[in-house]
Design a protein around this ligand. Structure first.
Ligand SMILES: [Mg+2]
Length: 354
């Protein structure tokens, strides 16, 4: 019997799905962050829960989405400008810019250190620590809008730009290469590839960059660390082999594994969250990639209805879709007014603990 064929999601649906999908994944994970996998096996997340670890209402997203929205807002207003991205992160951490409810309740140490430097005048381009221990998932979790924006550029330009974008907070080449690989996988998904083909395509494009000497030498040295993430066998690994800590490599592997082993957006993002530990960030990265593949229509309506500031996130995602659909995107970018999103930021409190 011939299987029913459904139309593939449009590019616009994929971009909305990516941005809304990452925020939904974050919000699903927030209440159970740090939970052990075994605890979640007994009481799995099946929808928007709320309260929990940070005592936040259902639909509340965290630093992952705030920082991704800072990148997205910067792209809409400035095009590609990592100094501007860094300054928006400072506004987020110290002034609650682009938060779910006006205050910051979650941030990473490596990110905070870098943003302190930028706050006191450092150039964003080299603010992020470069030591091997500073390879948390703080740059990977926010990179999706940049991956989408750069998806039509050459792979060399994409790699250079995403590497620089990571280094604003996470300058070690492992974190930077993770962001480059996210960009290549995203470009493949936006080109309507299935997950397995998208990961294989990203691996091929990375090989082509290497053979054309288009990859920086310090990134080149990190290639072996990503062998498992880019292997065609990743999907065959049992769940017990997949780790879900805050280490950037764990987050990338876990997110790709969830994407490769799921049949729809919901099961992918719930699988990611229920891996435990860094639930919000695994949910963010898996949810973003799943949205790029299955499109906005695949995200359950009841989850979107509970998502904090869903209208603002949707308008920003629509701006990104319009910008990247138009070949004269730089001209379009300049036509976007400075406050295109309608909804003013709530007045935040300065955090005394930061
Ligand atoms: Mg978070």
């Amino acid at each position: 019997m011939t299987p029913l064929l459904y139309p593939l999601p449009t590019r616009r649906s994929r971009i909305l799905g990516g941005v809304l999908g990452l925020a939904v994944g974050d919000a699903l994970g927030v209440p159970v962050e740090f939970s052990d996998r075994e605890v979640l096996k007994d009481n799995p997340v099946t929808g928007m829960r709320g309260w929990g670890v940070y005592n936040q209402p259902p639909g509340t997203w965290s630093d992952d989405t705030s920082m991704a929205l800072c990148v997205l807002e910067s792209i809409l207003e400035k095009g590609w400008d990592i100094q501007d991205q860094g300054e928006r992160f400072v506004r987020w951490l110290f002034h609650g810019h682009l938060t779910a409810h006006g205050s910051v309740f979650d941030f990473g140490g490596t990110t905070k250190d870098a943003l302190m430097k930028i706050r006191f005048g450092a150039a964003a381009g080299d603010a992020g620590k470069t030591d091997e221990a500073s390879n948390g998932n703080g740059s990977l979790m926010r990179i999706l809008p940049a991956s989408v924006y750069l998806s039509s550029r050459s792979d060399g330009e994409l790699a250079e730009a995403l590497s620089q974008a990571s280094a604003v907070t996470h300058g070690h080449p492992r974190s930077r290469l993770a962001c480059v690989i996210h960009g290549l996988v995203s470009a493949e998904l936006l080109a309507e590839k299935d997950p397995a083909d998208a990961v294989a395509g990203a691996a091929r494009r990375l090989e082509a960059l290497r053979s054309s000497r288009g990859l920086a030498p310090d990134l080149e040295e990190e290639i072996p660390a990503f062998a498992r993430a880019l292997s065609p066998d990743l999907a065959e690994l049992p769940e017990g082999e997949i780790q879900s800590s805050g280490y950037v490599l764990h987050t990338l592997e876990a997110s790709l594994w969830c994407l490769l082993t799921s049949n729809d957006y919901s099961s992918c993002v719930l699988k990611a969250v229920n891996l435990g530990r860094d639930t919000d960030t695994t949910g963010t990265v898996a949810g973003g990639l799943a949205g790029l593949h299955w499109g906005e229509e695949a995200i359950p309506r009841e989850w979107l209805e509970e998502l904090a500031r869903e209208g603002m996130i949707r308008r920003m995602a629509e701006g990104l879709a319009e910008m990247t659909e138009n070949p004269k995107k730089e001209e379009i970018m300049n036509e976007i007014p400075r406050s295109p999103f309608g909804e003013p930021d709530e007045v935040p409190e300065e955090r005394s603990s930061v």
